[in-house]
Ligand binder design. Structure first.
Ligand SMILES: Cc1cc2nc3c(=O)[nH]c(=O)nc-3n(C[C@H](O)[C@H](O)[C@H](O)COP(=O)(O)OP(=O)(O)OC[C@H]3O[C@@H](n4cnc5c(N)ncnc54)[C@H](O)[C@@H]3O)c2cc1C
Length: 415
């Protein structure tokens, strides 16, 4: 199906102009304050004695989130009904690409809601939960985590063992979640649990668990190659959850989890194109200055090919994202039930962007020689980050499964 409408709209132009001013007026002073605090930077935070992100770095990010929400920059992806900007996925690609390229690895990245902010799945909450959780999330007053993965279950979501059992109108949650982003700080957790064992894709439900709830405990930090002190474990022991904290209906958990995960998958488009372009800008600057044999290394064909391959990978990532997201805008990217053509398109965005960006980050390191390996340099950090991207929100192998399923399904329908 041919895609239409991949261009930049007035709404995107308005957002990016306001974002640029916000970076200059609000974020730069906060970044300067953070630099003098001795707590590390937004992308190389020092860690506390438990391995968690240094509280001053976390607070600086929170301040950016609150100010971005006040400035109407935090939730362009949420629906207008929820108080967000109601931007399409194509518009969000342009916004995300701009934000990542403009912010680089700076504090400004926190201005656009990410894993810890409001997402398409949580919009299915009750009226009571909307007041208690969704609106504060939209306003940047609180943060969230999404708890799906367990120590023994990642890709095989339906094999999870966290349970929720009915007790009157309440539900009692028991289980252990692992590898959860924002585990240490989240005020509310979107937990996916088994409510009807053996019911396949209807076996799971999603609940909002308040971090103040009795029986909820934050576990250890899980140090990863991101080294940001944000990933951890969560434990739920007889946590009582009221009916108004069910997201959607009982049995919707798998679809809601996919809605959350698909949101993250689609965000890869602008993220990889934006950071890729930022790395290419830096590589162009560096290779025009660094000398070898009396001339800039950028004049050597071997180095030019590194740059050209970066450009080709970024172009591929951006083009795939825009075309697929234009088709998804037509199909409904987060609808429940999701259109049967959507999973293949979403997985194409993720796998092509994850793998293209890995090549970009690898070349960015190579073009700098030893300096590319320098601990704490943007290239070194983004290389580690690019390697990470191929695993969370569904591994690249799981994306290939979905692509193949979509292809074979189409063929079965024709024959
Ligand atoms: C930094 C980070 C942040 C994360 N944040 C969150 C979060 O906020 N919330 C959350 O719930 N989870 C989170 N995760 C977990 C993440 O989603 C899982 O790690 C991911 O889904 C893979 O699961 P796994 O690690 O258990 O690997 P496994 O599922 O054990 O997979 C191991 C290997 O086997 C392959 N494999 C497994 N099954 C199949 C299959 N059916 N077909 C083909 N290949 C297969 C995989 O592709 C992989 O190569 C995070 C992980 C990381 C590293």
């Amino acid at each position: 199906m041919a895609a239409e409408g991949v261009g930049v709209t007035d709404r995107v132009r308005d957002y990016t102009a306001r974002f640029r001013r916000f970076l200059h007026d609000e974020v730069t002073p906060l970044e300067e304050q953070l630099a003098s605090a001795g707590a590390g930077t937004a992308w190389q935070p020092h860690l506390d004695e438990s391995g968690r992100m240094h509280p001053q770095v976390w607070q600086a990010r929170r301040e950016v989130q609150r100010r971005a929400a006040s400035a109407g920059l935090y939730t362009p992806h949420n629906s207008e009904a929820a108080g967000g900007g109601g931007l399409s996925r194509v518009e969000m690609h342009h916004v995300e690409e701009f934000v990542y390229r403009e912010s680089g690895l700076g504090l400004g990245l926190a201005a656009l809601a990410w894993t810890e902010g409001p997402n398409p799945a949580v919009e299915h909450c009750s009226e009571t939960a909307r007041e208690q959780y969704l609106t504060p999330l939209m306003n940047g007053e609180i943060t969230a985590a999404f708890a799906n993965t367990e120590p023994d279950v990642g890709s095989d979501v339906l094999a999870m063992s966290t349970t929720a059992t009915r007790d009157g109108s309440d539900w009692i949650l028991n289980g252990h979640k692992s590898w959860i982003t924002n585990a240490h700080f989240a005020d509310v957790i979107q937990v996916v649990a088994v409510t009807e064992p053996g019911a396949g894709t209807r076996s799971l439900s999603m609940f909002l668990v308040d971090a103040a709830a009795e029986g909820f405990r934050r576990g250890r930090d899980i140090p990863t190659m991101l080294n940001d002190g944000l990933t951890g474990e969560l434990e739920f022991t007889d946590v009582r959850v009221p009916a108004e904290n069910i997201v959607g209906e009982i049995g919707d958990g798998f679809a809601l989890a996919m809605s959350w995960i698909n949101w993250r998958r689609l965000c890869r488009g602008g993220m990889c194109a934006g950071w890729g372009a930022w790395l290419l800008d830096r590589a162009l600057d560096y290779t025009r200055q660094r000398m070898s044999g009396g001339k800039p290394i950028g004049s050597l064909q071997a180095v030019q090919h590194l740059l050209a391959d970066m450009d080709a990978a970024i172009y591929q990532a951006r083009a795939t994202s825009l075309i697929a997201q234009a088709e998804l805008d037509r199909l409904g990217p987060f609808d429940i039930p999701l259109h049967h053509d959507a999973p293949r398109l979403i997985s194409l965005v993720k796998v092509i962007n994850d793998e293209s960006f890995y090549r970009v980050a690898d070349n960015a390191v190579q073009a700098r020689g030893a300096r590319g390996l320098l601990l704490g340099s943007p290239e070194e950090k983004l290389f580690r980050l690019a390697r990470n991207l191929r695993i969370p929100a569904g591994t690249v192998e799981i994306q290939r499964n979905a692509i193949a399923r979509g292809l074979l399904r189409d063929r079965e329908q024709v024959s």
